[in-house]
Design a protein around this ligand. Structure first.
Ligand SMILES: Cc1cc2nc3c(=O)[nH]c(=O)nc-3n(C[C@H](O)[C@H](O)[C@H](O)COP(=O)(O)OP(=O)(O)OC[C@H]3O[C@@H](n4cnc5c(N)ncnc54)[C@H](O)[C@@H]3O)c2cc1C
Length: 498
């Protein structure tokens, strides 16, 4: 990844300081004092998202409370040609919410209301700053929940989930954000309100809702989301299978699906991830295992009992050294607590880590894990794997130390090669974390120049001046031709994919 220009903070740049003073004057005509942050110490917390190697102070931060205020902010910025970057909780891992140095950071943090729950229709209408987990907590009294559950669900917002088309443990069975959102309300860069989707399963015309979900804040600002809710299953049961080698565990993932089971979750952790999670949350994981699979089955009591026995047999026949069924709800929660805390747990083992996100066809898991281990040795950087195995959504976590000269650059190069390996085996460079600034070079590998120009045309249709989240998601043709011509660009695969 090419580093963004290391612009001096706007506070040192006389042109930007003047532009900001003018903008602040206009913003304060309709926003209260506490909704416009301009001092360095106030805007510093917004300088990065979860990809914290990249930092940039914004010109200023606005925290509107109403849709009308969002419209007015966008109209003003549109009229003055000022870039705008929307932000939810800032947990994104691809730099999507990295501010523009000459732009406004538009935080949706004050849009935290659940507007309406309809238990009969099984829907909830929520504001974009509502935390993912808060939706399930709010609808639990109705026996309902919101299925997509990113591991960051305690903090990340539904607006961010829509922008990234986020996934989670339960997405194997219940689908990603795009499959669980019925409608959204957005404000375009020129302040117009658009309603996309509706209460019915289909709507006439092009499916702009699907186009918008996963568009990483490039097309509009989400100000309301209607989500689909599901009944809490009668029973959920988790199995933990241990393996003495990673390849056997990876093969078991395909075996389960091939046998006709769609678990509610099917996650894999390798040795370093198991050890880190166990040290951190004491989930009861077998720390001598080379890999574990966590498999959750849900449904009616009878369905779950039948599937449990069959999946258990399958896992043992497929080479598991041990299969444990969670004895009670507390143990089931502990199994998942270890998985959900795995990223911060890895963070305790290394000064820094870089989380990759690529998706591959499930059957290619064994070879991609093998090749990732070889690349890890080649680069002299440890890699831990903890991921949505059932979806083929890999999350290699590259451990590095930013204080060591060159380690970040090496970690990024290694990450890039893993992503290109995903493309080479028929997969994609992102499963759920988006492209942001992180994966711009690999977009040039995944897509042809013609495809990329179609993406740019869609962006232009919504935002002709290119003011919303500029420089993210879609690489310029020039950048791609430079990247493709890099001398000695290493091949990601040792042998061509069959
Ligand atoms: C520990 C950890 C675990 C994670 N696990 C998962 C996981 O299991 N699955 C997964 O999918 N992701 C995961 N993530 C990544 C991240 O949490 C998701 O991408 C999440 O959806 C980001 O939400 P956010 O509110 O933090 O958005 P932000 O980081 O604030 O923004 C993300 C993008 O959305 C845009 N955006 C935000 N709000 C709006 C809005 N209202 N309108 C328009 N654009 C908007 C921003 O401009 C940016 O491009 C994880 C992150 C961490 C740190």
């Amino acid at each position: 990844m090419t580093r963004p220009p290391n612009d001096p903070p706007p506070f040192d740049n006389p042109t930007l300081v003047a532009a900001r003073a003018d903008l602040v004057r206009e913003l304060r005509r309709f926003l209260p004092e506490d909704a416009v942050l301009i001092h360095e110490e106030e805007v510093r917390p917004y300088e990065c998202d979860g990809l914290s190697a990249y930092r940039q102070l914004p010109l200023l931060v606005v925290l509107p409370r109403t849709v009308e205020e969002v419209q007015r902010v966008l109209r003003l910025c549109h009229a003055r040609g000022v870039p705008v970057v929307a932000r939810g909780a800032g947990t994104g891992l691809s730099g999507g919410a990295l501010p523009a140095p000459d732009g406004v950071l538009l935080s949706l943090a004050r849009f935290t209301r659940i507007l309406d729950v309809d238990p009969l229709a099984r829907t909830a209408r929520v504001q974009p700053g509502v935390r993912n987990l808060a939706i399930s907590e709010a609808v639990r009294p109705h026996g309902l929940y919101y299925a997509p559950d990113p591991s960051s669900q305690i903090a990340c917002t539904i607006g961010g989930n829509v922008a990234e088309n986020s996934g989670g443990v339960h997405c194997l069975k219940y689908g990603l954000t795009v499959h669980n959102v019925l409608a959204i309300r957005i404000v375009t860069m020129d302040g117009e309100i658009l309603e996309l989707g509706g209460q019915a399963l289909d709507s006439p015309g092009y499916d702009l809702l699907a186009l918008f979900i996963g568009s990483e804040g490039l097309l509009g600002v989400t100000v309301e989301v209607t989500v689909r809710l599901l009944p809490i299953p009668e029973r959920a049961q988790a199995l933990l299978a241990a393996y003495d080698d990673v390849t056997t565990a990876a093969q078991a993932v395909g075996d389960i699906i091939a046998a006709g089971f769609i678990p509610a979750g099917l996650e894999m952790m390798d040795g370093p991830a198991i050890q880190a999670a166990e040290d951190f949350v004491h989930a009861g994981y077998p720390t001598d295992a080379a890999a574990i699979l966590l498999c959750e089955l849900d449904g009616t009591n009878r369905e779950v009992s039948e599937q449990l026995a069959a999946v258990r047999d399958l896992l043992l026949a497929g080479g598991a050294t041990e299969v444990r069924t969670a004895r009670d709800e507390a143990e089931r929660q502990r199994f998942w607590q270890g998985r959900k805390a795995a990223f911060p747990a890895i963070g305790r083992c290394s000064p820094d880590y870089y989380c990759m996100d690529g998706t591959i066809p499930r059957r290619r898991l064994p070879e991609v894990l093998r090749r990732t281990a070889e690349l890890s040795d080649e680069y002299g950087l440890r890699v831990a794997n903890v991921f949505h195995a059932g979806d083929g959504n890999m999350h290699p976590l590259i451990l590095y130390d930013a204080n060591q000269p060159d380690e970040l650059a090496r970690a990024e190069e290694l990450g890039g090669r893993i992503l290109e390996l995903c493309v080479a085996v028929g997969g994609t460079i992102t499963g759920e974390h988006g492209v942001g600034i992180e994966k711009l070079p690999q977009m040039c590998v995944q897509f042809s120049p013609e495809e990329l120009s179609q993406f740019a045309a869609i962006k232009t249709a919504f935002d002709p001046e290119g003011l919303l989240n500029p420089g993210k998601g879609i690489p310029t043709p020039r950048r791609c031709s430079e990247y493709r011509q890099l001398p000695n660009r290493p091949s990601p695969v040792s042998s061509p994919a069959p």
